[in-house]
Structures are given as C-alpha cells and as structure tokens.
Design a protein around this ligand. Structure first.
Ligand code: AMP
Length: 288
C-alpha cells in the first residue's frame, strides 16, 4: 500500500497534482520536507544526497527528470542513461519516501514560454561552453521548488557552479529554502562519480583520471607555497592534455563569485572541464 509515513515505502508519483496532494498530508503532520533533484542514472554521489536529506528531514523527496531545457543543441539528451527500475530499487534501499518522475510534456506543457534569466555566477565557465544550460537548470529547479515546497534542498559540490547558481537564485528570488551542498563522492581511484562516466570505455576511464589528478596536483602546489594561479593552471592543463583529453577550461576562481583569481592567497576553487570520447566531464576542488 502506498503510504505517506516516512521511511515506510518508496512511493512513485508521476504527476505534480498527485505529488502536491501527498505532500500536503505530510506537511500537515509537521514533517520537514527535503528535496533531492536528479536526472537519474543514480550512483553513490546522488545517494549521498539522499542520505544527507534523510538525516536532516522527516520526508525525503527525490525527483528524476532529464530536463531538456538544460541541454544544448548537439548535447547528449537522447543518449542520456535512463535506468529507471534500477534507480527505484536504489532509492527504496536508501529509504527515500517519494520519487517524482514526471513526463516531459507534463513539465513543459504546450505553450511553455517562461524561463529564469540567470546572471552572476552563471555567466562564465559552464555558462560559456553550454549557453542556456543554467537558464534551464534554474527553471526546472524553481519549478520543482514550487511543486515540492521543500524546507531544504540538497545539491552536490561536484556541480560546483550549479550550486552557486541555485544559491544565487534562492537569495535573489527570496525563496524560503535552505540549500545544502554535499561533498563530491569519488571512485576509490579519485574519479568523481557521474552518470556520464557510463559513456567511457575502459581506456577512456583510465585517461579520465587526469581530471581528479590535476585537481590533486593543484592542492599540492598550493600546500607547497605556489600562489600564482597561472602556474597552477599551466600544470593542471599539462596533466589533462598528457592524457589526451580536450580541455574546455581549467580555472582558479573565487569560491563565492567564480571571478578568476591571480593569486591563491585565501580560499579558492579549481575547476576543470574536458571532453573525452563522447563524454564531457567536469570536476573541481576547493583550495587554500
Ligand atoms: P545530476 O543527476 O547529474 O543532475 O545530479 C543530481 C545531483 O547530484 C546534483 O546536485 C549533483 O551535483 C549531485 N551529484 C552528481 N554527482 C555527484 C557526486 N559524484 N558527488 C556528489 N554529488 C553528486
């Protein structure tokens, strides 16, 4: 039997109306509602957000939606993995309460014409290489916030820039939601977990390690006293190129604004994006 008792069973909902109805009951019972938005093809990175949400909140709502508005022309929306049955098993095993899996046509209904215009931290890096990406992200996240009305929403630091764009939107649009950003979950060898790692052949998988290794090298350089960001970027880039990845960007930035910085004299974030085979991978680490 479907239920709204927390932890009792995973309930799958397909429509916003149904979700709102179910959540209204939970809200009346006084439960703290937590939201974990995902595009599915779940791995331990996503599940760490579910764990964090369950620790903090009485009710954990996960959404699975491959959002067309955040994919550009020529990107991988058609081939993006959609292993729904496996995802549902993982979520049930981790004790999520609700999973909302809407049809695209129900999210972007006929005539949909309204999007969130993003600025500030959305403009550089991913914003340059994936024009329109964060506009699509902000739009779907805002829609999910309205549907679920969570007290807290959980995002991964793996998508560092996305977490800043969401925080900015929440502050700018006065949304009464606490944004919680959780650490990046990595494979034992350092590769950041990503649904897109499924695109990698064994050989590409080995070469892709250059991303996390370049970030580790950046940390070592800073720890050893290197302050010149150009030197750090050059070393990182050399490592990524040596593995024959095609770099989109390697950058050292202010962790709050993503403005590029010249000297690492305080907190900084190193970010890298590169293409390998049909995968485009991103990773980052805080420095200093
Ligand atoms: P996605 O399904 O790729 O849209 O990701 C959904 C959420 O999971 C986002 O907040 C991501 O930042 C987060 N996430 C993805 N990969 C990881 C990871 N390796 N560690 C932690 N969080 C992650």
């Amino acid at each position: 039997m479907p239920t709204t008792q927390p932890g009792a069973a995973l309930r799958l909902t397909r429509t916003g109306d149904e979700l709102r109805r179910d959540l209204a009951a939970a809200r009346q019972a006084g439960l703290t509602v937590g939201l974990v938005p995902t595009m599915g093809a779940l791995h331990e990175g996503h599940l760490s957000l579910v764990d964090a949400c369950r620790r903090d909140c009485g009710l954990t709502v996960v959404t699975i939606f491959v959002n067309p508005a955040q994919f550009g022309r020529g990107e991988d929306i058609a081939s993006y993995p959609r292993p729904l049955d496996a995802d549902l098993k993982l979520l049930a095993g981790r004790g999520a309460d609700f999973v909302f899996v809407p049809e695209t046509e129900a999210v972007y209904r006929a005539g949909h014409a309204t999007y969130v215009e993003v600025g500030g931290p959305a403009l550089s890096l991913e914003g340059e290489f994936r024009p329109g990406h964060f506009r699509g992200v902000a739009t779907i996240v805002l829609k999910l916030f309205h549907l679920v009305e969570p007290h807290r929403a959980y995002f991964g630091r793996k998508d560092y820039q996305q977490s800043l764009v969401v925080r900015r939107m929440v502050a700018d649009l006065d949304l009464p939601i606490e944004i919680v950003v959780c650490p990046t979950v990595r494979e034992p060898d350092g590769l950041a977990m990503s649904s897109r790692n499924a695109y990698l052949s064994d050989q590409e998988r080995r070469r892709a390690l250059a991303l996390s290794q370049s970030l580790k090298r950046a940390g070592q350089l800073v720890a050893a006293g290197t302050r010149d960001a150009r030197v750090i970027v050059a070393e990182m880039s050399a490592l990524v190129r040596a593995a024959e990845l095609t770099i989109d960007y390697v950058a050292i930035c202010n962790p709050d604004t993503l403005a590029p910085i010249e000297r690492v004299d305080g907190p900084a974030v190193a970010l890298v994006a590169a293409r390998i085979g049909r995968a485009r991978l991103i990773d980052n680490e805080l420095l200093g």
